[in-house]
Design a protein around this ligand. Structure first.
Ligand code: TXA
Ligand code: MG
Length: 324
């Protein structure tokens, strides 16, 4: 038996096991994409609805042809610019990709993570790795190995630990099969960054969920802390704190440093960072939501509405889902 963590993790994948591994966005829970029994274990461990497809992770661009039928020209330009990195693209899938991975869709979501351990694991396992985020379904995605451990330790075959996730928010999902391409999930690569490369794109908003093709996962409640989350602007939150406290409720606030003056009276305040640095706020978001559960001392959480510029759009998409 080897002591090398990558070799151990790869061995578990080769044997049909499921493994927690780090990426630059959040921790993932992976299995050999071609092993249907292994893929089913992921859904079971997370309590994930089987109609919610997984993202396929590859280590090298040449491996894309193992999973997709065709790479449209527009996708090539995005790959040149953003891979390795936090952009997931939707392609027509190859027949060999099991329907369990794609939840019966004839498309497949693929990404090439920008994380040395993730790529070393995929290479050593010798197969693309199907992986959702390594959390119990509905909970905030894990940005530290400890979060994944808390949710899944008894249910997985190996946990490959590393540092906390750089972006702390999942990849952007872009469907390049529509004209114009559509963002199905906002994420670490911003709409503005994508539009610089390929021009105008659409964003499938939560409001349009019922009518449009969407990322199937987006219809589920997600990221939610145990206490109810309500969103508002700093001044509104300021008033709501008092309102709920007179009703004998303990109130938590999640917001930006600049607005602390409005939140002073809350029973607990978690600051995500400066509103001038939304990347930091994004990176701290899931941990903050988990911390409210861990402290377990407020009845209600009031969350600040952030600017939707750049990565702010991804922050707000997650806050809105968590508040659903
Ligand atoms: O950053 C990330 O993307 C992380 C790391 C681990 O790579 N993964 C991740 O996976 O966030 P997960 O399962 O939590 O989210 C996958 C999303 C779901 O909303 C799912 O519905 C969507 O991707 N998805 C997967 N395949 C799809 C497809 N063929 N068409 C549309 N949406 C798809
Ligand atoms: Mg997830």
């Amino acid at each position: 038996m080897t002591e090398n963590p990558i070799a151990k993790a790869a061995e578990a994948i080769k044997k049909g096991g499921i493994v927690v591994f780090p990426t630059e966005t959040v921790y993932g829970l992976g299995a050999n994409v071609f092993n249907i029994d292994a893929v089913k274990k992921i859904f079971k461990a997370k309590g994930r609805p089987t109609d919610n497809p997984l993202i396929v992770h590859i280590a090298d661009r040449k491996d894309l042809k193992k999973v997709v039928e065709k790479v449209p020209a527009i996708a090539k330009r995005l790959i040149d610019k953003f891979w390795p990195g936090p952009l997931t693209l939707i392609f027509k899938k190859r027949l060999e990709i099991p329907k369990e991975v794609t939840a019966g869709l004839d498309t497949v979501a693929v990404r090439l993570p920008n994380h040395a351990l993730a790529r070393a694991l995929i290479r050593e396992a010798g197969v693309p790795i199907a992986a959702p985020s390594a959390n119990i379904s509905g909970k905030p995605s894990p940005t530290e190995a400890a979060h994944a451990k808390k949710d899944l330790v008894k249910k997985v075959d190996y946990i490959l630990s590393a540092e906390k996730s750089k972006f702390g928010i999942e990849s952007t999902i872009l469907n390049v099969l529509t004209k114009p391409p559509t963002i199905l999930r906002q994420g670490a690569v911003t709409r503005e960054e994508i539009e610089k490369v390929i021009g105008h794109i659409e964003v499938s908003s939560l409001k349009s969920l019922k009518f449009k093709t969407i990322a199937p996962g987006m219809k589920y409640r997600h990221y939610a802390p145990e206490a109810k989350l309500i969103l508002g602007l700093p001044e509104e939150i300021n008033k709501l704190i008092e309102k709920y406290q007179t009703k004998k409720k303990k109130v938590g606030v999640l917001g930006a440093r600049e607005n602390y003056q409005f939140y002073k009276k809350a029973n607990r305040v978690i600051i995500l960072g400066s509103s001038r640095n939304l990347n930091t706020c994004a990176a701290n978001l899931f941990k903050a939501l988990r911390d409210f559960d861990r402290f377990n001392d407020v009845d209600i959480i009031l969350g600040e509405i952030f600017s939707e510029k750049g990565i702010g759009a991804a922050i707000m998409e997650r806050l809105r889902k968590a508040a659903q």
